[in-house]
Design a protein around this ligand. Structure first.
Ligand SMILES: [Zn+2]
Length: 244
């Protein structure tokens, strides 16, 4: 894949230092490999389990269902076989969005639980949604990447569990915002060779606008119940528009 148009795997964990900015591809060693034969893949249990969990997420998780519906309406229908790929990844990365192929990479060696799969698929679908609706310059404009990472951390439930623990333990106000900011910065540092200061500056500059952009949820879904409501509202919003 060539440099400028190559993927923006929006990985969620930090990776080691390297000389050149390879746009995060070092975290996804399977990206350049030929697809394995059906037989080889069938024998690999991680791969099977990943695909089963993915299927479960797409069929039953309201966050994912809302995003899939929203993508469809924006003219970017997502197909399971074409747009998702279960692969082995380096380090503790759990997923990424490859904008060159519009594929979501799911790290089969790092996603062990259904709840984790739900969160990763949702997070990456938010990047895919942003990619579909806007001309996101993933590589040259770090603010664009920052904005999508803020939205993904805010709307995917990445910060929900921590939020609950913090509220219970410390009663911290504004912890959700702090969590979203930290996660967005970490995600940028995982896939771009930029300084911590650059990442922080980019996130802070776009924070308010992107944190308040709740599309397509219309709210911050703090739980599956919230997400179900958001999904219902989204469907009704569409019905209403169709009647106009
Ligand atoms: Zn991300």
């Amino acid at each position: 894949m060539d440099g400028a148009e190559a993927a923006a795997p929006a990985a969620e964990e930090k990776a080691g230092e390297e000389e050149e900015d390879d746009l995060g591809y070092r975290l996804f060693p399977d990206r350049n490999k030929k697809p394995q034969s059906f037989l080889v893949r069938s024998l690999f249990t991680f791969h099977n389990k990943c695909q089963l969990m993915l299927r479960m997420t797409l069929d039953t998780n309201p966050y994912a269902q809302l995003l899939l519906e929203a993508m469809k309406q924006s003219g970017c229908t997502v197909f399971n076989d074409r747009h998702f790929s279960c692969e082995n990844c380096d380090g503790c990365v759990s997923g990424g969005f490859d904008s060159a192929t519009s594929q979501i990479v799911l790290c089969q060696n790092n996603i062990r639980q259904q709840s984790h799969m739900n969160r990763v698929v949702t997070h990456e679908l938010i990047h895919a949604f942003d990619h579909c609706r806007a001309h996101v310059d993933w590589f040259k404009n770090v603010k664009h990447l920052a904005c999508s990472e803020i939205r993904a951390a805010n709307l995917s439930g990445d910060c929900t569990l921590m939020n609950e623990i913090a509220r219970f333990k410390f009663g911290l106000k504004g912890h959700h915002q702090t969590c979203v900011r930290d996660r967005a910065i970490r995600s940028i540092l995982a896939v771009r060779k930029v300084s911590k200061e650059t990442a922080e500056k980019a996130v802070d500059e776009v924070f308010d606008a992107c944190f308040n952009d709740l599309e397509p949820f219309g709210r911050i879904p703090h739980s599956k119940t919230d997400a179900k409501r958001a999904y219902r509202d989204f469907q009704n919003r569409d019905r209403y528009n169709a009647n106009l």
